[in-house]
Write a protein that binds this ligand. Sequence first.
Ligand SMILES: NC(=O)C1=CN([C@@H]2O[C@H](COP(=O)(O)OP(=O)(O)OC[C@H]3O[C@@H](n4cnc5c(N)ncnc54)[C@H](OP(=O)(O)O)[C@@H]3O)[C@@H](O)[C@H]2O)C=CC1
Ligand SMILES: Cc1cn([C@H]2C[C@H](O)[C@@H](COP(=O)(O)OP(=O)(O)O[C@H]3O[C@@H](C)C(=O)[C@@H](O)[C@H]3O)O2)c(=O)[nH]c1=O
Length: 299
Amino acid sequence: MRILVTGKEGQVDTSLQVLGQKLGLEIIRIGLPEIDLSQPESLEPPVREARPDVIISSAAYTAVDKAETETELAQKINGDAPGVLARLAAELDIPILHLSTDYVFAGDKADAYTEADMPAPVSVYGKTKLSGETQIRAATDNHVILRTAWVYSPYGNNFVKTMLRLGETRDEVSVVADQHGCPTYALEIARALLAIAQQVVIDRDPTIRGTFHLTGQGETTWAEFATAIFKGAEKRGRKPVRVNPITTADYPTPAKRPANSRLNGDKLDDTFGLRLDPWPTSLDDCLDRLIGPKEEDPS
Ligand SMILES: NC(=O)C1=CN([C@@H]2O[C@H](COP(=O)(O)OP(=O)(O)OC[C@H]3O[C@@H](n4cnc5c(N)ncnc54)[C@H](OP(=O)(O)O)[C@@H]3O)[C@@H](O)[C@H]2O)C=CC1
Ligand SMILES: Cc1cn([C@H]2C[C@H](O)[C@@H](COP(=O)(O)OP(=O)(O)O[C@H]3O[C@@H](C)C(=O)[C@@H](O)[C@H]3O)O2)c(=O)[nH]c1=O
C-alpha cells in the first residue's frame, strides 16, 4: 500500500514515517521545499506522480498565536490546501484521511465534545482548520476527518519539549490550570491512522467514513500535564521543577484557547475498534525517547 503524507518534519508525519517503516509500508512524504501548501496548486504534480492508494493530510500551519496575524497564510495552508488535496483524492478515486483539531470548538461545554457538537472556533487557527474540514466534506464523501488534540512526541515542536527546555534553566514554571484537554501522542495517532488507512483502502463502506475524535485516553489541564512532565523528567535524573498553577487571564496570549476541549472518542472505538493508550503511558514512552529510561529506585 502506497500512502502519501503531507509534511516532512512535523510530529505526525515523522511518526507515520517511523511506524510505517517498522510495518513495511510505503510512506511517501511530501513537503517544503518541493511543495508549498500556501500555493495549494503545487500539490497537484507530486500527488499525481505518486499514484497513492490513500492520502493522509497532516501538514498544517500550527502556530496558534501567529495565525492571529498571518490569517491569510493560515487559511491557505489549513483551509484551501486540504480542499485541493481532497479534490485530487476524488479524481484519483482514493480515500483521504485528514487531521483536524479540538480548537474547532468554543470550549464552553461542560462535558467532552462529541462529533455531533457544533464547532464554533474562537481562534484564527481553529477557524482555518474548520474551513479545511468543510472543504474536504464538499470535495469527497470518501474521507475520514480525525480531530485530535494537544499533540506531543519526540519530534518537532510541542508542549513537552517546551517544558523540558524551560526546566533546564528554571526551578519553577507558571502554567495555566483552567484549560482542560486530552494530550495525544503522535506515535499513537500514527498507529491509528495506519490502521484506519488499511481499512478504508479495502472497504468502501460509508459507515467507516466521516468525522471522528482521536485523542489519548484521559484528560488533564496544561498545569497538571506540566507537573507530570517534570515528575517524569525527575525520575530520569533531571532536577525538580515546580509548577505554579495560574489562570488563563494570568497568561495573556494573542489567540484565545478553549477552556474545555476534551474530545469523546467513543465513535472511533465503536467504528474502528480503536482506543489510544492513556496519555500518562504515552508520556512515559515519549520521555524514555527524549531523555532515557527511568533511573533505578535505590530502595
Ligand atoms: N500539534 C498539535 O498540538 C495538534 C495538531 N493537530 C493537527 O494535526 C496535524 C499534524 O500536526 P503536527 O504534526 O503536530 O504539526 P507540526 O507543526 O509538527 O507539523 C506541521 C507540518 O506541516 C508542514 N508545513 C507547514 N507549512 C507548510 C507549507 N506551507 N507547505 C508545506 N508544508 C508545510 C511543516 O513543515 P515545516 O516543518 O518544514 O514547516 C510540518 O512538516 C495538523 O493538521 C494539525 O493541525 C491537531 C490538534 C493538535
Ligand atoms: C509555554 C507555556 C504555555 N502556557 C499555556 C499557553 C496555552 O494556554 C497552553 C498551551 O500552550 P502551547 O502554546 O504550547 O499550546 P497550543 O499552541 O495552544 O497547543 C495547541 O496547538 C494546536 C496546533 C492544536 O491543535 C491544539 O490541540 C493544541 O495542542 O499553555 C503556560 O501557561 N505557561 C507556559 O510556560
